[in-house]
Write a protein that binds this ligand. Structure first.
Ligand SMILES: *[C@@H]1O[C@H](CO)[C@@H](O)[C@H](O)[C@H]1NC(C)=O
Ligand SMILES: *[C@@H]1O[C@H](CO)[C@@H](O)[C@H](O)[C@H]1NC(C)=O
Length: 335
C-alpha cells in the first residue's frame, strides 16, 4: 500500500512538472508572437493572392509562425508541444535580431525600426535583416511550393523593400529562377519532412544543408551595409556567418529550448567601437566567452585558409563525434 502510494505520488509529481514545463513554453516565444499573423487569412488579400510585407517585423515573423504551425504535425513524433520542431532556430534568431536592435536602419537616414517612430519597420539597410530575408522568405516560399502550407504557389507574393529590389526575390516562381540551388535545398528538406520514415538526424542534415545553401554568396551582396556599423559589430556579423558553417557540420538540433538557452550567449545589443571581448562590462561572462571563441575560431580559419573547416566537416561526418561535440556545447551552456 505504502509502495503504491509512493508510486502514485511520484506519477503525480512527474505529470505536474512536465505540465508546468509545457505551459511554460509560451514564455520562450519570440517578441510579438501573439500579435503576428498565424494563418494566411491574417494577411492582406488582393485578387486571391496573399500579400506579405516582409519588411515589417510581425509579418516576417508571421511567415515563421505559419511555417511552425503547419509543420508541427511532422515533429509530434519527436516530442510534445512542437518543442522539437527544428524550424524554431530561424524563428528565434529573428526574434533575437529584433530584440537586440539589429533590424533598425543602421545608417540612421530613416527612422525605420526606431522605438520612438517606426518600431516594427525592418530596414533594408540592416545587414542582419537582409541576410535573414534568405532564411525567412526562401524557406517559407519553398514550403508553399512543397504544398505543405495548403495554398498554391501563385497565391503568395512578398512586397519589395524601398530599394535594392533586384537583390531579393518575391514569389515561388521568381525565387526558383534567381536562387534555384537554395530553393531546391529547401524543397528537399520539406520532401524528406513529409516522408513517414523521417528520422531526426537526417532532418537536421537537410535543414542545415538548406540553411548554409541559403547563405552561400549572399553576404557579399550586402557588404556595403557593413560601413554603417562599428568594426566590432561588422566583424561579429562576418564571424557569425562563418561560425554557422562550423555549427552546421555538427548538425546542432535547432529546437525551441536549446536555441533559447544558446541565445543567452549572443550579444544583447549592437556592438560598439569600444567593445573588446572578453572585456565588455555590460555583457555576461557567457556572452564575452562566445565572442572570444568566435574570434579564435575565425583567426584559425583565416590562418589555415579554411582548411580547418574542411577538416572539421570531415571529422563531423561521424555521428559519435557530433554527439560528443554537442555534449560539450551543452555542458558549456549549462555551466
Ligand atoms: C496552429 O494554429 C491553429 C489556429 O491558429 C491553432 O488552433 C493550433 O493550436 C496551432 N497549432 C500549433 C501546433 O501551434
Ligand atoms: C572576428 O574574427 C576576427 C579574426 O578573423 C577577429 O580579429 C575579430 O576580433 C573577431 N570579432 C568578433 C567580435 O568576434
Amino acid at each position: 500500500m505504502v509502495f503504491l502510494c509512493f508510486w502514485a505520488l511520484t506519477l503525480v509529481a512527474c505529470c505536474t512538472t512536465s505540465l508546468a514545463e509545457a505551459s511554460d513554453l509560451s514564455h520562450l516565444h519570440p517578441p510579438l508572437w501573439d500579435e503576428s499573423p498565424g494563418q494566411f487569412s491574417d494577411f492582406q488579400v488582393k485578387n486571391n493572392v496573399y500579400i506579405i510585407n516582409a519588411w515589417v517585423y510581425p509579418q516576417r515573423m508571421g511567415m515563421y509562425k505559419i511555417l511552425l504551425n503547419q509543420t508541427a504535425r511532422y515533429f509530434s513524433k519527436f516530442g510534445p508541444e512542437n518543442e522539437q520542431n527544428i524550424l524554431w532556430g530561424l524563428c528565434l534568431q529573428h526574434g533575437w535580431q529584433y530584440n537586440t536592435g539589429r533590424l533598425v536602419d543602421p545608417s540612421r537616414r530613416t527612422s525605420c525600426g526606431y522605438e520612438s517612430a517606426d518600431p516594427l519597420c525592418i530596414s533594408v539597410d540592416s545587414w542582419w535583416a537582409d541576410i535573414n530575408y534568405f532564411l525567412s522568405a526562401l524557406p517559407f516560399l519553398a514550403a508553399v511550393d512543397s504544398g505543405i502550407l495548403g495554398v498554391s504557389p501563385h497565391q503568395v507574393k512578398l512586397l519589395p523593400p524601398p530599394k535594392d529590389q533586384m537583390k531579393f526575390c518575391y514569389d515561388v516562381a521568381s525565387c526558383h529562377l534567381t536562387f534555384p540551388e537554395k530553393m531546391n535545398k529547401w524543397n528537399l528538406f520539406y520532401q524528406y519532412l513529409q516522408s513517414p520514415s523521417s528520422n531526426f538526424d537526417d532532418l537536421l542534415q537537410h535543414l542545415w544543408a538548406a540553411h548554409t545553401s541559403s547563405l552561400e554568396g549572399i553576404s557579399e551582396h550586402f557588404d556595403d551595409r557593413m560601413a554603417y556599423y562599428y568594426k566590432p559589430e561588422a566583424e561579429f556579423g562576418k564571424n557569425w556567418t562563418l561560425a554557422v558553417e562550423y555549427l552546421a557540420a555538427v548538425r546542432i538540433p535547432t529546437t525551441m529550448i536549446r536555441v533559447h538557452e544558446s541565445q543567452k550567449g549572443l550579444p544583447p545589443r549592437v556592438l560598439l567601437d569600444t567593445d573588446v571581448a572578453p572585456f565588455i562590462s555590460d555583457l555576461t561572462y557567457f556572452q564575452n566567452t562566445v565572442l572570444s571563441v568566435l574570434n579564435i575560431l575565425c583567426s584559425v580559419d583565416q590562418m589555415t585558409g579554411s582548411l580547418s573547416l574542411t577538416l572539421w566537416k570531415n571529422v563531423m561526418k561521424a555521428q559519435i563525434v557530433r554527439k560528443l561535440v554537442l555534449d560539450l556545447l551543452d555542458y558549456f551552456i549549462v555551466t
